[in-house]
Design a protein around this ligand. Structure first.
Ligand code: AHR
Length: 496
């Protein structure tokens, strides 16, 4: 099959905010305990963080990590996780039915983030708690004042504020599963009053209001309209969450879901702009896609009824090759919407629906989805160009025409290189891709990385990695072969 991609240096979608390559660590299962933190592990550092895990996280170049939840945050008392560890309470954790030991809290996590070359995106509890606790947390983390919570931070050994810039106003408050779930009216009012207090405490912070927890929620649309009607003047971003799965074993349909993400983003942006117009506002609300991934095999409820275990195995999704293909396509969708999506978090980072897995006391390794994320995060920096795609289509189960070619083009002016991320969604035919890059005279293909496996269901485990990227031989030809069901990175550098 033949396909063509055309891009022009002067036709840009927008500059990529590096925070679209963010991720997420929740107090859930083995994400924190025995994931990033395991003081008895042979690689543990002075604070008990696993350095083998940190090394893998650093390879992903994750600029921002959302913390501490997720559903967890809606029952969390952030003050349980600060100060003297021996005095911290153990709590029944009602989101995932385990015991929270509070050995790790914001004191430790902000330190871990520094070691991971990342910044923290902090979520506050708008389930069981409210505006006062959120404001106190901002003071503890960010203020240099001579007041109670700033002094408490100093007494706990942190002279300098943590400087956390991005704060989420609760999590998935539209979901009936959420601890103290709210109606859009209730949440809109609470988020507004909380936002006011948080920004009065530190005017430099940016706030994310909860959008729907998925495009399939019955309330999607109405929820956003009501919440934004209340919060518009006080917040900076609207959150989007979505998880994808291949429940009926139809891979072509599964790979088409990157277009569903695109429709979700465009719909949410349209709603933001409708409220903007209605309010005669000059301000634009951008999007934070702060939970996205493949997730359909596990429920996260593995600990329920098991007597409140500490750090149980929960949500440990094992990713196969087709999952990595979809993750590659989803990343192109995020890049192609960089004019509105300013932050995004691959949910999650370690053990829990994650690219990185660990064994207690043992190895850490990369799952299949690690690789497209790593290359996009490392090389997908700069300006996204509008890709003109000429490709045969197939019809998805939902009745959409899906081009076999999924692609994004990133112009990295700092490095004088242009990078194409391209997937061939055909399950049985290779693709001869013709590339027309205008305005890039003197550039030539320097690197072609291919992620391909004959077996769509192949996985990586602690001993064997069946899905690994390979460097292909490059030529001067104007076209490149994209193998059937493959993800590719084509990096062109300036040669003159
Ligand atoms: O990422 C796992 C869970 O998915 C989060 O806790 C929640 O926000 C979402 O439903």
């Amino acid at each position: 099959m033949k396909a063509k991609i055309t891009a022009n240096k002067h036709f840009a979608i927008g500059d990529i905010d590096k925070r679209i390559y963010g991720s997420f660590i929740e107090h859930l299962g083995r994400a924190v305990y025995n994931g990033i933190y395991e003081p008895t592990h042979p690689t543990a550092d002075d604070q008990g963080f696993r350095t083998d895990v940190l090394d893998l996280v650093k390879q992903l170049n994750v600029p921002i990590v959302r913390y501490p939840g997720g559903n967890f945050v809606s029952g969390y008392n952030w003050e349980d996780g600060i100060g003297d560890k021996s005095k911290r309470p153990k709590r029944m954790e009602l989101a995932w039915f385990s015991t929270e030991t509070n050995e790790v809290g914001i004191d430790e996590f902000q330190e871990w983030a520094k070691r991971a070359n990342s910044e923290v995106m902090m979520a506050v509890n708008l389930g069981t708690k409210g505006a006062q606790e959120a404001k106190d947390c901002v003071e503890y983390c960010n203020c240099d004042t001579n007041t109670y919570y700033a002094q408490l931070r100093r007494a706990n050994g942190f002279e300098k504020p943590f400087g956390i810039k991005v704060w989420c106003l609760g999590n998935e408050m539209d979901g009936p599963w959420q601890i103290c779930h709210k109606t859009a009216e209730e949440y809109g009012r609470l988020a507004t009053e909380t936002a006011k207090m948080m920004k009065w405490t530190d005017p430099s912070i940016e706030l994310v209001a909860c959008g729907s927890s998925g495009p399939g929620m019955k309330t999607f649309g109405d929820w956003e309209l009501t919440v934004l009607d209340h919060t518009y003047d006080y917040v900076d971003y609207l959150s989007l969450h979505s998880y994808y799965g291949n429940r009926d074993g139809n891979t072509a349909n599964f790979l088409a879901r990157a277009e569903e993400m695109d429709r979700f983003i465009k719909g949410a942006a349209a709603i933001c702009d409708a409220v903007k117009a209605k309010k005669h506002s000059k301000k634009t609300i951008n999007l934070s896609f702060d939970e996205w991934n493949v997730w359909y095999r596990k429920s996260g409820m593995e600990a329920k009824g098991k007597n409140w275990p500490v750090a149980p195995e929960a949500n440990e999704e094992i990713y196969n090759f087709e999952d990595a293909l979809l993750v590659g396509c989803l990343l192109s969708t995020l890049q192609n919407n960089c004019d509105r999506v300013k932050m995004a978090c691959l949910a999650q980072l370690v053990n829990v629906i994650a690219p990185i897995m660990t064994e207690n006391g043992g190895k850490a390794w990369a799952q299949t989805i690690f690789y497209p994320f790593m290359y996009c995060s490392k090389y997908g920096r700069g300006t996204t160009l509008r890709p003109i795609i000429e490709s045969e289509n197939y019809r998805s189960k939902e009745g959409f025409d899906i081009p076999y070619l999924s692609a994004s083009v990133v112009d990295n002016r700092e490095k004088d290189e242009v990078v194409i991320f391209a997937s061939n969604r055909s399950l049985d035919e290779d693709m001869e891709l013709n590339i027309d890059l205008s305005g890039f005279e003197g550039y030539s293909l320097a690197e072609h990385v291919e992620l391909y496996c004959d077996d769509l269901k192949a996985v990586n485990d602690k001993d064997v990695s069946r899905v690994l990227p390979v460097n292909k031989e490059v030529t001067d030809a104007a076209s490149v072969t994209l193998k059937k069901h493959s993800w590719n990175m084509l990096r062109f550098t300036h040669t003159r």
